[in-house]
Design a protein around this ligand. Structure first.
Ligand code: SAM
Length: 253
């Protein structure tokens, strides 16, 4: 079974011998691969919808891992008992939905040592959730696969690490550049990604700038006063993003 690069990276964020839960598991490819590789000693595959649930059950049975992977139907973290898992992965949904799943099941997070989250959109929403609930980002990764860009965020409880949010989101100025990278920009772009910029990151943000420019043009057509204010905010944001992209040192591909 060949995992996609996206799922492979997520799997590699799971420490060896973990008890994992994969929420919104769909085909259960991730828990099957994690148990096979030894990253996970056991797994819960949670799914809310009947079709994907069946696909998950079949995958687990076909893999002969029914004794190690429990496929459960339910909403978000409701499928878990207290202190049942060390690592939770939630991948392939919007950031707002992932934040909602984490919010609704907060009591199940006590004892969890690691979250590996891969939002398809709305990464900033998740970074804000992590700050509010004192989970510290220890890794961020960006990759492109089949024309889509994915970000994978790994976080640990703030109580388990000496790094604080103030350390992580400390504003900085890029050497040789006047632009200041503040907390808002880091929440948008990723505090760790900003320190290991690659071509995928640059392409993603060039695309985001193009989208923001399009919105600005639409606001220009609207011509209302409220739109003027919004347009000015967007103009400043675009300028800030362009300056940051121009200034950042880049990793070799
Ligand atoms: N995690 C897999 C991956 O990244 O390849 C599958 C992603 S799939 C696009 C999203 C899955 O999440 C769907 O199978 C959907 O049914 C499930 N899902 C959505 N909301 C959920 C919730 N609140 N609780 C559990 N599963 C959910």
């Amino acid at each position: 079974m060949k995992l996609s690069d996206r799922l492979q990276y997520i799997m590699e964020q799971i420490p060896p011998h973990s008890r994992m839960a994969d929420i919104g598991s769909d085909h259960a490819l991730l828990p099957v691969a994690a148990v096979r590789s030894g990253r996970a000693v056991s797994a819960v595959a949670g799914e809310v919808n009947a079709g994907p649930l069946q696909a998950a059950r079949k995958q687990v049975l076909d893999a002969g891992l029914g004794d190690r992977i429990d496929v459960r139907q339910g909403d978000g973290l409701a499928v878990l008992q207290l202190d049942e898992v060390d690592v939770i992965t939630i991948a392939g949904m919007g950031g707002a939905l992932i934040a909602h799943i984490l919010d609704s099941g907060q009591e199940k997070l006590a004892g969890v040592q690691r979250l590996v989250l891969q939002p398809n959109v709305g990464e900033d929403i998740l970074r804000k959730w992590l700050i509010r609930h004192n989970w510290i980002l220890v890794n961020e990764h960006i990759l492109e696969e089949d024309g889509k860009v994915y970000e994978i965020l790994t976080a640990v409880p703030g109580t388990s690490i000496s790094t604080t949010h103030s350390d992580l989101y400390k504003p900085f100025t890029i050497a040789g550049c006047s632009v200041r990278v503040d907390e808002d920009l880091m929440i948008r772009m990723g505090p760790l990604l900003l320190h290991k910029v690659n071509e995928v990151f640059i392409r993603k943000w060039q695309g985001e700038i193009a989208k923001l420019q399009h919105v600005t043009q639409q606001l220009e057509l609207a011509g209302q006063e409220a739109a003027q204010e919004k347009k000015e905010q967007l103009r400043l944001l675009i300028q800030q993003l362009e300056e940051v992209l121009a200034c950042l040192p880049r990793d070799k591909p």
